[in-house]
Structure formats: structure tokens, C-alpha cells
Design a protein around this ligand. Sequence first.
Ligand SMILES: Nc1nc2c(ncn2[C@@H]2O[C@H](COP(=O)(O)OP(=O)(O)OP(=O)(O)O)[C@@H](O)[C@H]2O)c(=O)[nH]1
Length: 205
Amino acid sequence: MNDIKVALMGSEGAGKTAVLVRFFTKRFIGEYASNANSLYHKRLSVDGRQINLEVFDPCSQSGSSRCILDEPVAWADGFVVVYNISDRMSFLYAKSILRQIKEAREESCKGLADIPIFVVGNKQDLCHARQVREEEGRSLALENHCHFQEVSAAEDYLEISNLFTKLIRHVMGNPKYRADRRRYSGSKSMAKLINNVFGKRRKSV
Ligand SMILES: Nc1nc2c(ncn2[C@@H]2O[C@H](COP(=O)(O)OP(=O)(O)OP(=O)(O)O)[C@@H](O)[C@H]2O)c(=O)[nH]1
């Protein structure tokens, strides 16, 4: 079993939970109670390999994204940074998240290039109210050595599913992930870290 840990980042209302719930359930639910950090988990198979996927979905309303970010940077094998294409502020926020991930990883001497990050422009169905051009999203991703995709959690399942599958493949192909897996396999230390950082709250969708 491959354990893969992904952190979802982005401003309040960008659609982080909607994107995740779409991937996990194929459905768009519309409104989500979001007053706490959540850790979702799901078992799936990618290229014939069994994956135990854990996704950290922070509550943006806590207003403490900086400290929320510190631990996931050490914890996550990959990131999905979501913004809303009809909200420029959310794009600027995504930019600042990427900068913070980079700084935090530089502090821990891990660099940015070795961790898969997907920049996701959500709410593509609202393109009539677009405030962020697709090229801007693509350039931001390129500048930061990230992958890029626009999606609509409201309308797409396939694109979102492909995105997570691609992320999982990149994580599994990452030498750092493979080294960490060897180091942590059979160890209780990661489970302990997760409980310390995120509390015991876990969700299955
Ligand atoms: N039109 C449209 N609305 C969306 C889409 N994705 C999410 N929404 C709506 O945007 C709002 C916020 O979605 P959430 O998934 O709760 O956003 P979030 O980023 O998790 O927000 P926080 O939990 O507050 O951090 C909800 O009203 C969703 O229904 C989308 O693709 N298109």
C-alpha cells in the first residue's frame, strides 16, 4: 500500500472542498460546512498500485494560513493550490501560497522543484465573469515549476480525476517520496505527526 499525502491550499471560497469532493464522490454538492481543518482519506488504485490517499483541507476561515502552511510543507508529498478564475484576489493569494511553500521548503533545505505542485484555476464555468486569464495561471505555474490546469468542480469530473491521478503518479515517481517511504515505512511517527498537526478529525467521503 502506498500512502500519499496531499495538501489543498487556496483562499476562502476558491472551491478546495468542492474540487476534492468532486474527485472523491464524482458529485458537486454546492455548499460545505467548513469551520475546521479536515483530513480526508480514500483508497484507490492507480496503474495497478493500491493507494491510501490522505488529503488535508484546511479551513481558510481560521485566518491563520501561515501557521496552517508550516506543517503541511513538511507533511505533504504534493500540493494542490486552488484559485477561483473569477476572483483575482484568490489568484494573488495562490501566488503568495506558492511563495510561502517555497520559503518554507528553502528553510528546511528541501527546495521546491522536488515536490509536485498543481496550480488549479477552478470555476471555469464562470468564464463570463473571468478575472484571471488562463495564460496568467499557466505562467504562474511555469515560473514556480508547477503543473497547471483549469477545472470546474461544478461541471467536470474527468478533468479533476485526471488531475489527481497525475499528481499521484508524480508523487510516486518522486525520488524524495520513495526515500521518505523507506524511512517511514512501518513507523508510527507520521501517524503521530498527523494527529498532532491536524487533531484526530478524519473524514471518509
Ligand atoms: N460556479 C461554481 N461554483 C463553485 C465551484 N466550485 C465551488 N463552487 C462554489 O464556491 C463556494 C465555495 O466552495 P468551497 O468548496 O466551500 O470552497 P473552499 O475553498 O473549500 O472554501 P473554505 O472552506 O472557506 O476555505 C461554494 O458555494 C461552492 O458551491 C465551481 O467550479 N463553479
